[in-house]
Design a protein around this ligand. Structure first.
Ligand SMILES: [Zn+2]
Length: 321
């Protein structure tokens, strides 16, 4: 069995984007309740998120943007700059705490306290741009995590694999000119799906040319298409890059039962993708891997797929318990 860190905090439930909103606190409640009831939380190492990682957030986000977000929350606004980014007075603090969860996990892995970690955080992050909130996201949790690993620990190569069904526009844009970060995204074809970026032709810029790989899939693609692209096209590129740390932006919204997108992945596809990436991290990164929750809007799917993934991280059989 491996030592797996688990970031969760009840305060993550306090970010309330509005009663109509699919990115609701129940998502995290469902994940936590299921892991507890299945006895898995007892096997995990609890990691407390850092309270205020503002210094690191401002290395990724424009300080003026951070100030605008803080102000909008303090003034009691219901949305922040775009209609799908619903907020409440506590959203700013909770968004900081989500970043703080990833940073605490990064320290725990780098200091050898755990082998890998799962961050059950919200709000999600991968759509957040340097100076823009988008797609339910305010601070780009995984991007701040990558910068933290590069700058605090002097790592030279970090890979971010994003299997959320939506393209991680924010993450791509933040690192597209940076050859230290390889960004791979598997997502629904931008012609049919939010946010409309992530074409194959987007491959990085300047010194980062060749370090972005977008694999868009037409609607109703399934396990076979995803796994073939991951194994045959992405894996050789990732192996060549040889990341010293692997970060996964894990959305579970490409599942066939997710209400927001149009893909056909099964529960098993997520297991297999997780297995492939764990093996990769074992090969090139000494097993160092952190998975950060992004989307996924069917509660049953979230419960099942996160449980499977955490079992993989722990290296316990799927039928254990
Ligand atoms: Zn998504």
């Amino acid at each position: 069995m491996r030592r797996t860190g688990y970031v969760y905090d009840e305060r993550y439930l306090r970010h309330d984007p509005g009663t109509w909103h699919p990115e609701r606190p129940d998502r995290l409640k469902a994940i936590q309740k299921n892991l507890q009831e299945s006895g898995i939380t007892d096997l995990l190492t609890a990691i407390q998120p850092y309270e205020n990682p503002l210094e690191w957030v401002e290395r990724v986000h424009d300080p003026d943007y951070v100030r605008r977000f803080k102000e909008a929350c303090a003034k009691g606004r219901n949305i922040f700059e775009v209609p799908d980014c619903g907020i409440c007075p506590e959203s700013y603090d909770i968004a900081l705490l989500a970043v703080g969860g990833v940073l605490a996990a990064a320290d725990a892995v780098m200091e050898g306290k755990v082998d890998n970690a799962f961050c059950a955080v919200r709000p999600p992050g991968h759509h957040a741009e340097r100076n823009r909130a988008l797609g339910f996201c305010f601070f780009n949790n995984i991007a701040v995590g990558a910068v933290y690993l590069l700058e605090k620990f002097g790592l030279e190569r970090v890979a971010i694999v994003d299997w959320d069904v939506h393209h991680g526009n924010g993450t791509q844009h933040l690192f597209e000119a940076d050859p230290r970060v390889f960004y791979l995204s598997l997502h629904e074809d931008p012609q049919y799906c939010y946010p409309g970026t992530g074409h194959r032709r987007e491959t990085g810029k300047g010194p980062g040319q060749g370090f972005t790989l977008n694999l868009p899939f037409p609607p109703r693609s399934g396990d076979e298409e995803y796994l073939e692209a991951l194994k045959k096209e992405a894996l050789p590129r990732l192996m060549e890059f040889a990341p010293q740390f692997l970060l996964i932006s894990a959305g579970f919204d490409a599942h066939q039962n997710d209400p927001l997108a149009h893909m056909n992945l099964s529960r098993d596809a997520y297991r297999q993708m997780g297995r492939i990436l764990l093996d990769l991290a074992g090969e090139t990164a000494g097993g160092r891997l952190i998975t950060v929750l992004e989307g996924g809007y069917n509660l049953e799917v979230l419960e099942e797929c996160t449980e499977d993934h955490v079992r993989l991280l722990l290296d316990i059989p799927l039928d254990h318990f």
